[in-house]
Every structure is written in C-alpha cells, then in structure tokens.
Design a protein around this ligand. Structure first.
Ligand code: ZN
Length: 245
C-alpha cells in the first residue's frame, strides 16, 4: 500500500508574533506536526495562510489524502474560494482533521452547519481526556485517558451537530466538560475534530497526542469505495412490467 499523503495546514501567525510560541514551535505548529507524522511513514507536506492560495491549490488538494487544519487568529483571512475547494474535496473523500481553535474555521463551520461556539478560559489548568469509544481506530494503543498538565479550557455547550462517533470527552480542573474527539462522515469524506493544541503549551510534542493524530490520519484516509452515481435511472435493474395507470 502506498503511504498516506498528509498536508498539514497552519495559519502560522502566533509563531511569528508571540515569542513564547516561537520558542515552543520554532518551525511552526505545522512543522512540529509534519515532523512526527513523517516519522510514522506518512508522506507529509505543509501549507500556510500567507502562501499563494494559502498553499492549498487544486493540485495540492488533489494529491492530499488527509488535510490537517490549525487556525486561530486569522480565520477571516482564509478565502472563500479555497474553503469551497477544500469542502468539495472532503465530500469527494479527502479526510479532514480539525485541531483545537480550528472549531471556528470557515471550513469546519461549513461542514457542521452550526456556529461551533463554545466556552473557554486560559489559566493553564489540567485536562483529562477520557476515551469513551475504546474500540474505535483512533483509540488504538491508548490508555483509558490522556492527561494534559496545562491547557486552555474549552467547555460545553459546544455548538456542533451530534457526532457520528464521539471518541473523547474532556474533564477540566475548573469543572467543565467538553466533547473533545468528534467523528463525522460528510459525503465520501471523514472529518475528525480534536480539541487539544493551544499554541502556548507543548501539547503537540506529547506522545499520546501524537498517537491520536497518527491514528486519526489512518482513520480519515480515503478508502477505495464504490464510485457513486446519482440521478435519473430510467432502466430498472430487475424486470418491471410498466404500469402506466
Ligand atoms: Zn487556544
């Protein structure tokens, strides 16, 4: 089997403007994610907001099996044309993994059809993500829960449609809970939203988080399913004596 082709997209702004984030992710969040995914044998590339067409040309998308999305402060700068292009590819079978603050990205909101709003707080509290679907491919190799020592809190209600499968629920030290690992099918494509990943904490270096994202890439990759046809079918598949009234 040829390797899965992953494109890691990042708006790549915090790393340029906040020294704390620059120190944590010197090659950008996209660079850190692409590095560990490449070590798992995936064919990885990166794309960022300030590249022409945000690095997501039709050619790049046509050669992407799974697109990973990290954005936060510049969702509004992502062109509607590129969003439509990504949306079309997801419906045609490309996997999409939306990370953390990507809940407010144009592409995630378009795919969900809701506001995707939530509660949040940034005081560096602890998070415990419980695996609530232990037989799911994304839970492969994990323990019963993952602990993140310091994180930003996201709390319910998270305004999303009920996931097809909910894989993780988070508990936060401050008392809130959150649906942190949500799987959806959209057309022929699969979408996974994964909550952790705030830019000021070393979350993407944590081995269990890398494991989740590695599993998620495998789960979201397209399968060689049937080519689906739509529309008028004048010829029945079995003999039918026409009844014209
Ligand atoms: Zn954040």
């Amino acid at each position: 089997m040829s390797s899965i082709r992953v494109t890691v997209w990042n708006e790549f702004r915090h790393e340029k403007s906040d020294p704390k984030v620059t120190a944590l992710y010197p090659r950008g969040i996209h660079g850190a994610i692409a590095e560990f995914l490449a070590s798992q044998g995936f064919e990885t590339r990166t794309a960022t907001l300030d590249e022409p067409e945000h690095g997501l040309t039709q050619e790049v998308l046509n050669n992407t099996d799974v697109l990973m999305w990290w954005g936060h402060m510049a969702h509004g700068e992502v062109s509607d044309e590129v969003v439509a292009r990504v949306h079309e590819r997801v419906l045609a079978g490309m996997g999409l993994i939306v990370l953390h603050s990507g809940h407010f990205s144009k592409i995630f909101r378009a795919l969900m059809g809701t506001t995707c709003n939530l509660k949040w707080r940034e005081i560096g509290e602890k998070e415990r993500l419980y695996v609530v679907e232990p037989g799911h491919p994304i839970a492969q190799g994990l323990g019963e829960f993952i602990e993140i020592p310091h994180t930003e809190m996201y709390g319910e209600r998270f305004d999303i449609p009920a996931p097809d499968t909910l894989v993780f629920i988070s508990w936060f030290q401050g008392g809130e809970v959150f649906r942190s690992g949500c799987c959806y099918h959209r057309g022929a494509g699969k979408v996974f939203y994964f909550r952790p990943g705030h830019e000021t904490f070393p979350i993407f270096y944590q081995p269990e988080i890398q494991k989740v994202l590695t599993n998620a890439v495998r789960w979201a990759a397209p399968v060689a399913g049937p080519t689906v046809t739509f529309g008028h079918r004048p010829q029945p598949m079995e003999h039918v004596e026409p009844f014209l009234g």
